[in-house]
Design a protein. Structure first.
Length: 290
């Protein structure tokens, strides 16, 4: 099964309503980023799947093991990709804006909108650098270089400056091959970003394979459960209610669940590792109980 199959799995209506995934393991090097994800597709049998996803020769990544809510997506047109595909442009200032501090704020706002919050604003805008009083001082002086970065981002800055009355100009564009001195050996392979919420990997070579299904794991995380028998060493009685908050690592002991026991106000008063046979999943809708 391929990466397309994995992406399709997280795009179903069942997954949207009931599913989620957990990043079980991450191994990263300059040669490859490998992650193992465990996915609950949201099907009624509660079966989870383990997938291995590999990005060879990654350019950038941010991955942390743990539970993730959201969809896996593979995108070509994204700010994290622009940093590696757009020509580099340098923006110069010729003339003061009407209000330098207000222009700084507008530049920061535009940066956030254009980059969708994925790139720190100071990556390209010298907001707090001390020379000439930072960016505000540079704008008040009416000359100098404002930013160097991906063309789409820098042109957005230029539009802001011109809207606020400043003149602008650009130095000649520099292609990525000129900037890095590296010619891609991957031909026409598109640069893409694999992402889910705040996790991402930027690269060209992605692959995925299904490692297997966990038929023993019939209780999804966050299920409300009741004890089917007393647990004397924990002082727990049959029928007490809690929530599944964790599960043993995917390699072994897959029917052991961490359960938090809650009182009527939702306060946790105990936590215990319990086997699946000690738990009864409680359902609150006809669909879930079917």
């Amino acid at each position: 099964m391929s990466l397309d199959a994995l992406l399709e799995l997280t795009g179903t209506l069942d997954y949207e309503e009931y599913g989620f995934l957990n990043v079980e393991h991450v191994a990263a090097s300059d040669a490859a980023v490998t992650l193992v994800v465990r996915i609950w597709p949201g099907s009624q049998d509660g079966t989870s799947q383990f997938w291995e996803v590999i990005c060879a020769n990654p350019l950038r990544y941010r991955l942390t093991p743990g539970e993730v809510h959201g969809y896996l997506s593979l995108l070509e047109d994204h700010p994290l990709v622009w940093e590696h595909t757009d020509p580099t442009l340098t923006l110069g200032l010729k003339g003061k804006p009407d209000d330098a501090p207000a222009t700084v704020g507008a530049l920061a706002d535009k940066h956030y909108v254009v980059t969708q919050g994925w790139i720190p604003v100071e990556r390209y805008l010298p907001l707090s650098r001390n020379y000439y009083g930072g960016l505000s001082g540079l704008l008040a002086g009416g000359h100098g270089f404002v930013a160097t970065g991906p063309e789409r981002i820098v042109r957005a800055y230029a539009n802001v400056l011109e809207t606020h009355g400043a003149g602008t100009y650009f130095l000649p564009r520099i292609t990525n091959e000129q900037r890095t001195g590296v010619v891609s050996t991957l031909g026409d392979a598109a640069l893409r970003v694999l992402m889910v919420n705040g996790h991402f990997v930027v690269g060209r070579e992605f692959s995925a394979r299904l490692l297997g299904e966990d038929t023993a794991a019939t209780i999804p995380l966050h299920s409300v459960v009741a004890l089917t028998e007393p647990v004397p060493d924990k002082g727990l009685r049959r029928g007490q209610v809690g929530t599944v908050v964790d599960q043993a690592a995917w390699q072994v002991d897959r029917d052991i669940f961490e359960v938090e026991l809650n009182d009527g106000d939702g306060r946790v008063y105990a936590r215990a590792a319990l086997s699946a046979h000690q738990l009864l999943v409680l359902h609150h809708s006809p669909r879930a109980a079917a």
